[in-house]
Write a protein that binds this ligand. Structure first.
Ligand code: SF4
Length: 456
């Protein structure tokens, strides 16, 4: 079989990162090997995100640049997958005729067949499909048939496992229920099988992924008895060999006491949690259709901290949602002061085609959105720095990731902080190894320290 080079550019969330990994595995049996240099690729695939206008603009901008690549190499195949593909469909090929292939979010499993048809000279219409069939078990079929060659990915110690797809929540600003379809949970046995095979291949740090993992198992039967996400988490945690377990993303409205208690009772569940709040104003949360209030959110934060006092908490914030007044924004700032998040991702609101809020009145001007975002981020940076200083003089279990900046070793704490420290000539450190680091420096985005000799 002729070997060809594959370059995948992934935009957006960890769900997309995992999908890109699956695409790599699907295309390996066709002779496609991943390369780091886009210029050497025979197939360039953009796995896209449409959550914000800026993310979509980046996709179109890169597609524009790829026109030159295609002119200098007419045999190059260019494909678009993911949420922009799902949303834009035919429009992509109309705007960018040099694109060969457009596959919707549920159609990535058809990629080998579609590429085979392109190889045979057949032109393709975009494949846009929201068919709610959950196809990840197909990967097991590939493995079972012995067709799945070793991918570079499974040797890595850090792995994502998708436990569900889609979402039923219809937050008014979000396109996910339209681009990824309705919520479907994978069967428990499939998830446990996949985690076991990841661990056997060397993974020790597992993250369970879904758009709203808290509602896992609630909309379709995934076992012969009802299963909650907390049940699943406990079963995954029993698989020998996992050192760190995480999950994302969580809608606060579905965060149960049973799930919060897991932070106290599952030792390998990392004390780091991303709980998107989006706004500190009840009026805006209602307009966003988030189905919780600020008081509900604070109640969850108190519960989490009761079960796990050392929990590092992150969140997402949207500023400038339609109708957001100065008072609403001040309430978001007040929430930031009250919770003192360790970190946050904050964005200016942008209209997304298909999202209900696109038709809302009282849009906030770009100038006001920018001012609010700058103010929020400046204060968050100050709080993150103060939070990080709380780790000074403490000893932190750090999982080695590899070489970082300035010749330092880079690792990650269980609280998800980047930790940099000098290596030593006497001790070779392997990625995935957990070492003890004494923290003696704290910045806004990372910690620095000294490697201790004690073994864990
Ligand atoms: S919970 Fe809301 S924001 Fe998250 S994916 Fe679902 S609709 Fe989008």
């Amino acid at each position: 079989m002729k070997q060809r080079n594959l370059y995948i550019k992934t935009f957006g969330c960890q769900m997309n990162e995992r999908d890109s990994e699956i695409i790599e595995q699907l295309l390996l049996p066709m002779g496609f090997l991943p390369v780091a240099d886009m210029g050497k690729a025979d197939l360039i695939l953009l796995n896209t995100c449409s959550i914000r206008a800026k993310a979509e603009q980046k996709v179109y901008s890169l597609l524009g640049q790829l026109r030159q690549y295609k002119l200098s190499n007419p045999r190059l195949l260019i494909g678009v997958a993911g949420c922009v593909a799902q949303q834009e469909g035919m429009r992509i090929q109309q705007k960018m005729p040099h694109v060969d292939l457009v596959v919707g979010t549920q159609q990535m499993y058809s990629l080998p067949e579609l590429i085979g048809r392109l190889d045979n000279g057949q032109s393709l219409k975009p494949r846009i499909d929201l068919d709610p069939c959950f196809r990840i078990p197909a990967l097991r079929e590939i493995s079972a048939a012995g067709k799945q060659p070793p991918s570079p990915a499974p040797r890595s110690f850090k792995k994502f496992v998708t436990i569900m797809q889609g979402c039923n929540n219809f937050c008014s600003y979000c396109v996910v229920p339209h681009t990824r379809g309705r919520e479907i949970s994978r069967p428990v046995a499939d998830i446990l099988d996949e985690v076991r095979s990841r661990v056997e291949a060397g993974a020790t740090d597992i993250t369970l992924l879904g758009q709203n993992v808290n509602s896992y198992g609630q909309t379709n039967q995934v076992a012969d008895h009802p299963v909650t996400f907390a049940d699943l988490l406990r079963q995954v945690a029993e698989i020998p060999g996992i050192r760190r377990l995480r999950f994302t993303t969580s809608n606060p409205k579905d965060l149960t006491d049973e799930l919060m208690r897991c932070f106290a009772e599952i030792p390998i569940l990392c004390p780091h949690f991303h709980l998107p709040v989006q706004s500190g104003s009840d009026r805006i949360l209602a307009a966003m259709n988030r189905k919780y209030t600020v008081a509900d959110y604070l109640d969850r934060v108190a519960g989490l901290r009761r079960y796990r006092p050392d929990l590092a908490l992150g969140t997402d914030i949207i500023v400038g949602f339609p109708g957001e007044t100065d008072t609403d924004f001040e309430q978001t700032m007040a929430l930031l002061e009250e919770v003192r998040f360790h970190s946050s991702f904050s964005f200016k609101y942008s209209d997304r085609p298909g999202a209900r809020s696109s038709s809302f009145d009282n849009k906030v001007s770009e100038r006001v959105k920018s001012e609010r975002l700058t103010r929020f981020q400046k204060r968050q940076d100050e709080i993150s720095l103060a939070r990080n200083k709380e780790y000074l003089e403490s000893t932190v279990e750090t999982m080695v990731e590899g070489e970082g900046k300035n010749g330092l070793v880079q690792g990650r704490s269980a609280t998800n902080h980047l930790v940099h420290f000098p290596g030593t000539a006497e001790r070779a450190l392997r990625p995935g190894e957990v070492v003890l680091v004494r923290i003696d420096g704290a910045g806004q985005h990372s910690l620095t320290g000294t490697l201790l000799n004690e073994k864990i």
